[in-house]
Design a binder for this molecule. Sequence first.
Ligand code: NAD
Length: 485
Amino acid sequence: MTTLMRNYVNGEWITTGRTFPTLNPVDGSHVADVSEADQDTVDRAVKAARAAMDGAWGKLTAAERSALLHKVADGIEARFDEFLEAEVADTGHSYPHARAIDIPRGAANFRIFADLIKAYPNEAYEMAAPEGGAVLNYSHRRPLGVVAVIAPWDLPLLLLSWKVAPAMAAGNAVIAKPSEETPATATLLAEVMAEAGVPPGAFNLIHGFGPNSAGEFLTTHPGIDGITFTGESHTGTIIMKAAAERVKPVSFELGGKNPGIVFADCDFDAAVDGIAKAAFSNGGQICMCTERVYVERPIFDKFVAALKRKAEALVPGRPADPGVDMPPMISAEHRDKVLSYYRLAVGEGATVVTGGGVPQFGDERDEGFFVQPTIWTGLGDTARICREEIFGPCCHVAPFDSEDEVIARANDTHYGLCASIWTQNLARGHRVAHAVQAGLVWVNSWYLRDLRTPFGGVKMSGIGREGGMHSLNFYSEPSNICVKF
Ligand code: NAD
């Protein structure tokens, strides 16, 4: 029997006249049909969210919301295996990856914001009044109201809950739209919200695409008070125009073309390992992945050879295959986009160090959306594959001769999400980290991050910061209350 994933609006499951299928990227098989939200469904979701703000949800204290969000985290953990299977079927992620990252981070996102909202401080200042007496100014934080959450497909539950959890902790009612490629764990999350006792309308889920579908209906809706979006920079420009019409706040986590900078004085093995993870983890389908690698000339040849060995040791395959660490691309469309860059690299004159094509399995995986991990050398920084985000398991490696040169080359991009620096000279590590234009810079590491720290990009990689109190700042607005006494 085919599963039908439905929209969740005002505590009810809603189907519409239209459905679309989701496919398992490992073998192209059919996973489920999904009910596509139409304008009427989105209108109902906005109305329900507004009513929740004016009703039961809006009346809860921060401590009561915190308790509910802990219950949501409990619910994810209680149904861990269902979430795991759903995420794996939608994404093709390996079980170790989904077990260690995708699902635990979904629960952790609810826990951290459930705890932080209870410690969220208000400011207070006392000043003398000119006519005598004193004035107390203090900030009173209110939720934005009805918040639209739009998420991508690379880490579906993790990235959706990264926004839903703080938005709800701050007291907003949420309308969440997962990617059309990966609707399954968001649908389970709606079930968990209901089981946890979240009042109707406080969390709504709509399914669909972007243009002329649920995404556009939601972001252009006059009843939305704020938009939080993770996805491509180009999509961000469209959503920002929609928000500008009504002067609504946006928080954007967008694309990147992240540099990895390897100095000759690095711990060589750690740097090779770190860059290999940064380039190839999750098939290069994480916004923080590295597609531009700069290596100081004395170790360039040795580094490229070592990275090649790492790439060729990666195991593509089914989520449960032993040692698998190279998932497929999310869709045939995305695989074709990545392969078009593989062809472009050759057309631009790159040396293909390894990869550049599609692995052959001789079984059902040949119907899936796999590509080979790929390394190029030999191109200048103006080549399109060195400038445009590919979002696949690939990187270009180029030599450099000086610190100033590599900083200038790392910054010569419209993007600025993150970067990694590999050196044993800590003074240099700090110096270069300050000079690189990115929202997050790692020195001798990659991907590690305390969830309380700011996360976001500069330039076309985003607007605003999320993480810890930074998230709560976006999802609430302070009023200044000024009391004379
Ligand atoms: P995408 O922009 O195509 O889609 C993201 C979401 O936006 C989906 O839910 C989609 O349906 C919706 N959408 C698309 N067009 C829309 C429109 N016109 N109006 C409203 N909604 C619309 O991105 P993607 O392909 O799903 O994800 C990959 C991208 O996300 C990459 O660029 C990656 O770097 C970026 N990303 C960034 C971060 C970060 O934290 N900075 C994290 C993960 C992914």
